[in-house]
Design a binder for this molecule. Structure first.
Ligand SMILES: N[C@@H](CCC(=O)N[C@@H](CS)C(=O)NCC(=O)O)C(=O)O
Length: 236
């Protein structure tokens, strides 16, 4: 059994989609980041970085003690290895899947995440960071569109790279961007949205950040959501 420390965000949905696609037995444990569930000493023994998602595999590859895995990209690779699915066997495609997975983890997720932060959460009127991160997200959408204009899926076949990228493509409308402006991305997005595993993996709970509304948070919730309280919380 795999325990999934889950919150309904693009990073959380990568894991719920992967588990629905592969059929690996699991249990979702819903974490509330506004309450600081991810900052407790217990959770930080699973993910020292105090972020979601994370998993604990009680029947890990290779046996032995339960294995905690953090960072959504590492979780996808672990589940691909465990299930023998969604990481291409062909070495060229396998490398492409790893490259686009790293691209999502290092660029498309973090840059867009900052755009969400400055557009929807930070005090209003900060034009420089809003433009910087929205423009960078636009640039990355052009990169994605270029790849998908030449290949049906990021690695030539459906893989962990698509599962990592799709929930973040879904989130761009909350920062005022439209997939219609990127036709190859839009076609790819529709193909993936129709997959039963993706429908099951995203029906778990709607992500908070698909809406462009500005959330109203009190001081404590803000500090929990953006990790500030982690500096005050004991690590162990
Ligand atoms: N690179 C990490 C990012 C994880 C991340 O930032 N998770 C968010 C939710 S999607 C979180 O835990 N936020 C709470 C906080 O920042 O304190 C991954 O892909 O797993």
């Amino acid at each position: 059994m795999i325990e999934v420390y889950f919150t309904p965000t693009p990073n959380g949905h990568k894991v719920s989609i992967m588990l629905a696609e592969t059929g690996l037995p699991h249990q979702l444990l819903r974490m509330n980041v506004l309450d600081g569930d991810h900052l407790t000493p217990e959770f930080r023994r699973i993910n020292p970085n105090g972020r979601l998602p994370a998993i604990v595999d009680h029947d890990p590859i290779g046996g032995g003690a339960p294995l905690p895995v953090f960072e959504s990209g590492a979780i996808l690779l672990y589940l691909a290895e465990k299930s023998g699915q969604l990481l291409p066997a062909d070495p060229r495609r396998r490398s492409q899947a790893q490259q686009w997975l790293m691209w999502q983890m290092a660029s498309f997720g973090p840059m867009q995440g900052q755009a969400h932060h400055f557009i929807r959460y930070a005090p209003e009127g900060q034009t420089y960071p809003v433009e910087r991160y929205r423009n960078e997200t636009v640039r990355l959408l052009h990169v994605l569109n270029g790849r998908l204009a030449e290949a049906e899926y990021l690695a030539g076949e459906y893989s962990v790279a698509d599962i990592a990228t799709w929930p973040w493509a879904r989130a761009v409308r909350a920062i005022g961007l439209a997939l219609e402006d990127y036709p190859a991305v839009q076609d790819w997005f529709g193909r993936i949205a129709a997959r039963p595993g993706v429908i099951a993996g995203t029906s778990v709970e709607n992500p908070a950040n698909l809406s462009s509304a500005r959330p109203v948070l009190n001081e404590e919730q803000w500090s929990n959501l953006f990790g500030r309280n982690m500096l005050n919380a004991p690590a162990r």
